[in-house]
Design a protein around this ligand. Structure first.
Ligand code: FES
Length: 109
Protein backbone atom coordinates (compact mmCIF):
# COMPACT_ATOMS: atom_id res chain seq x y z
CA UNK A 1 0.00 0.00 0.00
CA UNK A 2 1.34 3.40 -0.87
CA UNK A 3 0.58 6.62 0.94
CA UNK A 4 -2.06 7.46 -1.66
CA UNK A 5 -4.75 6.88 0.98
CA UNK A 6 -3.89 10.22 2.59
CA UNK A 7 -4.93 12.05 -0.56
CA UNK A 8 -8.50 13.29 -0.31
CA UNK A 9 -10.66 14.55 -3.15
CA UNK A 10 -11.36 18.25 -2.65
CA UNK A 11 -13.08 19.26 -5.89
CA UNK A 12 -13.37 18.57 -9.59
CA UNK A 13 -10.64 19.85 -11.88
CA UNK A 14 -13.33 21.26 -14.16
CA UNK A 15 -14.61 23.40 -11.27
CA UNK A 16 -11.33 25.28 -11.05
CA UNK A 17 -11.02 28.41 -13.11
CA UNK A 18 -7.56 29.50 -14.09
CA UNK A 19 -6.07 31.92 -11.54
CA UNK A 20 -9.22 31.86 -9.39
CA UNK A 21 -8.49 30.30 -5.99
CA UNK A 22 -11.06 27.95 -4.52
CA UNK A 23 -11.30 27.59 -0.74
CA UNK A 24 -11.95 24.09 0.54
CA UNK A 25 -11.75 22.50 3.99
CA UNK A 26 -9.83 19.35 4.61
CA UNK A 27 -10.13 17.82 8.07
CA UNK A 28 -10.95 21.30 9.37
CA UNK A 29 -7.95 22.88 7.67
CA UNK A 30 -8.77 25.68 5.23
CA UNK A 31 -6.95 25.15 1.96
CA UNK A 32 -6.82 27.31 -1.13
CA UNK A 33 -6.71 25.28 -4.36
CA UNK A 34 -5.32 27.19 -7.31
CA UNK A 35 -5.12 26.26 -10.98
CA UNK A 36 -2.48 28.28 -12.74
CA UNK A 37 0.17 27.89 -15.41
CA UNK A 38 -1.07 24.41 -16.29
CA UNK A 39 -0.76 23.06 -12.75
CA UNK A 40 -2.85 22.82 -9.62
CA UNK A 41 -1.49 23.90 -6.24
CA UNK A 42 -2.77 23.65 -2.70
CA UNK A 43 -1.72 26.15 -0.06
CA UNK A 44 -3.02 26.77 3.44
CA UNK A 45 -5.69 29.41 3.12
CA UNK A 46 -4.56 31.53 6.07
CA UNK A 47 -1.92 34.20 5.60
CA UNK A 48 1.07 33.79 7.91
CA UNK A 49 0.92 37.48 8.80
CA UNK A 50 -2.66 37.66 10.10
CA UNK A 51 -5.84 35.65 10.00
CA UNK A 52 -6.80 36.49 6.43
CA UNK A 53 -8.10 34.18 3.72
CA UNK A 54 -5.58 33.95 0.89
CA UNK A 55 -8.20 32.59 -1.51
CA UNK A 56 -9.67 36.08 -1.64
CA UNK A 57 -6.44 37.38 -3.11
CA UNK A 58 -5.11 37.50 -6.64
CA UNK A 59 -2.98 34.92 -8.40
CA UNK A 60 -0.10 35.99 -10.61
CA UNK A 61 3.27 34.50 -11.60
CA UNK A 62 2.59 31.34 -9.59
CA UNK A 63 2.03 33.40 -6.46
CA UNK A 64 -1.05 34.18 -4.42
CA UNK A 65 -1.23 37.67 -3.01
CA UNK A 66 -2.71 38.46 0.37
CA UNK A 67 -5.31 41.17 -0.25
CA UNK A 68 -4.78 42.84 3.11
CA UNK A 69 -1.14 43.92 3.09
CA UNK A 70 0.13 42.58 -0.20
CA UNK A 71 2.59 39.84 0.69
CA UNK A 72 2.64 37.27 -2.13
CA UNK A 73 3.28 33.60 -1.41
CA UNK A 74 4.90 31.22 -3.86
CA UNK A 75 2.39 28.48 -4.63
CA UNK A 76 5.20 25.93 -4.97
CA UNK A 77 7.00 26.66 -1.70
CA UNK A 78 4.66 28.83 0.38
CA UNK A 79 7.44 31.38 0.89
CA UNK A 80 6.54 35.05 0.99
CA UNK A 81 8.21 37.22 -1.61
CA UNK A 82 8.13 40.29 0.55
CA UNK A 83 7.02 41.97 3.75
CA UNK A 84 5.06 42.24 5.90
CA UNK A 85 4.77 38.43 6.02
CA UNK A 86 8.04 36.73 6.93
CA UNK A 87 6.95 33.16 7.56
CA UNK A 88 5.95 30.69 4.84
CA UNK A 89 2.45 29.29 4.52
CA UNK A 90 2.22 25.48 4.35
CA UNK A 91 1.79 24.00 0.88
CA UNK A 92 0.41 20.55 0.21
CA UNK A 93 0.92 17.91 -2.46
CA UNK A 94 -1.75 17.67 -5.15
CA UNK A 95 -2.68 14.77 -7.41
CA UNK A 96 -4.98 14.85 -10.38
CA UNK A 97 -6.90 11.68 -11.20
CA UNK A 98 -9.21 12.16 -14.15
CA UNK A 99 -11.37 15.10 -13.17
CA UNK A 100 -10.65 14.73 -9.46
CA UNK A 101 -8.31 17.02 -7.56
CA UNK A 102 -6.82 15.29 -4.54
CA UNK A 103 -4.85 16.95 -1.78
CA UNK A 104 -2.82 15.49 1.04
CA UNK A 105 -2.33 17.48 4.22
CA UNK A 106 1.12 16.00 4.48
CA UNK A 107 3.35 19.00 4.09
CA UNK A 108 5.87 19.08 1.30
CA UNK A 109 9.34 19.67 2.60
S1 FES B 1 -2.53 39.72 6.58
FE1 FES B 1 -1.54 38.90 4.85
S2 FES B 1 0.11 40.25 4.49
FE2 FES B 1 -0.84 41.04 6.28
Amino acid sequence: MTDSSVFVRVCALSELEEDTPKRVELDGTPVSVVRTEGEVFAINDICSHANVSLSEGEVEDCQIECWLHGSAFDLRTGKPSGLPATRPVPVYPVKIEGDDVLVSLTQES
